[in-house]
Design a protein around this ligand. Sequence first.
Ligand code: NAD
Length: 478
Amino acid sequence: MSYRGVYVDGTWRTGDGEPVRVLDPSDEGVIADIASASPEQVDAALAAARRAAPGWARTPAGERGRLLRRMADVIHAHSELLARTLVREVGKRASEAAGEVAFAESFLRYNAEWDLRLEGEILPGDVPGEQVQLLRVPLGVVAAICPWNFPLAVLCRKLGPALVTGNTVVVKPSEVTPVGTVELFRLFDEELDIPAGVLNLVVGGPDAGRRIVESGEADLVTFTGHRETGKAVMAAASRNLTRVSLELGGKAPAIVWRDADLDRTVPAILEARHTNCGQVCTSAERVLVHRDVLDEFTERYVDAVRAMRLGDPAGGADLGPLVSQAQLDKVEAAVAAAVQEGAKVLTGGRRPAGDGFASGYWYEPTVFGDVSPRMRIMREETFGPVTPIVGFDDLAHALSVANDSRYGLSAYVFSKDYSTVMRTVDELEFGEIYVNRTLGESVHAHHAGWKESGMGGEDGKWGVLRYTQIKTAYHRFA
Ligand code: NAD
């Protein structure tokens, strides 16, 4: 199937750049060829967004909120089509794809409610006869650079707050999974009357992303992706002092205290590790278990992993493929390094054999024992269905291992003891902590990585305010 990958000023154009080929990760079949945006087309998208910015900023907030609600309605009406697209291009299981589409819709609905709720402040002046206004105003042009693992949810997480606060947007989806985003733009274009230039799309790879960031034409680059790419984005943005918001990777520890209810803990960690085939920024990437229950936990967890069925993500399988050859290579390299460093494969540790796995990016869910916190498998984001399990002696030990990381996005703790949970939450150096539950954040909370997991943060009140700036006006009336 061929798509046009450039939507600028309310008009579809064929990209003048290199073609982007999108493959089905289940069997490597070609899903789409999309001609990507040329550098000039990227510039045109930014220019269109710039021209549209003053008009959109002046559009009454209630109208902006109404547009977001209509965008959410479009997603709702076409949720099956969008979910099918995610199954095909990301390799997500059908239920996970449906969940992502619903999540995307909820970002728009939640942010729509901010239309008449954004508030400024009026302060008394520090001289007689003066008042000071602090007004919340849009930034101008927002560039949204997205990853492949949650193409529609991450997109709407950015579109919602950007548009409701009066910014115009240029979107660059990942070159690995751009089809869902193109489909969504097609639906918006066909069914809604979005003012020209308010919403623009450029399909392309890292070059298109670099062009956006280096141009200095965006007032905010909101980027979600890999830690090292985030550093490159920040370095390039610094040349023009372009604001950045960086939502990067993670290496979430899951701490299992000796009193944890294993009937709930094992399934919770299993899900937190294997959702989206382990390719979630908040995935439980390393499991730390109190030595009193290490053997029991490990046995139960390994049994649960062995029971997982790998297979067609559109069917009832528990685990689909990884997204790409590059991701499969990365996971294989991480497993090989762990073995070489002395970790013991308790299950998995290879590509599956047999019917249905001859092509595609399949990997068996893998569990490691005999792990030490210094190993690479405990330190670098794996982003695949691989669980290293390590024992700890006391809480201080668990916390020091958990916090000894460049990452600081999310963490998990499992315990029935109130003081253990409170101390753990207090001392963990992570932006998002799940207590006695699996992964999954809420649109009205806050999702923000600490340390090298990011800078900025999305969702909820603090996420929406990130898309605004404050204009101060001193009113002398006497
Ligand atoms: P990536 O960094 O490879 O790519 C992300 C996007 O950046 C893509 O659109 C890519 O084309 C673009 N890009 C690449 N190089 C660029 C450059 N130099 N300048 C500008 N843009 C550039 O990341 P990915 O592999 O697509 O995504 C996986 C990563 O994203 C993982 O590390 C994951 O943890 C992270 N992630 C984080 C969150 C979060 O909310 N914190 C959410 C989802 C994914």
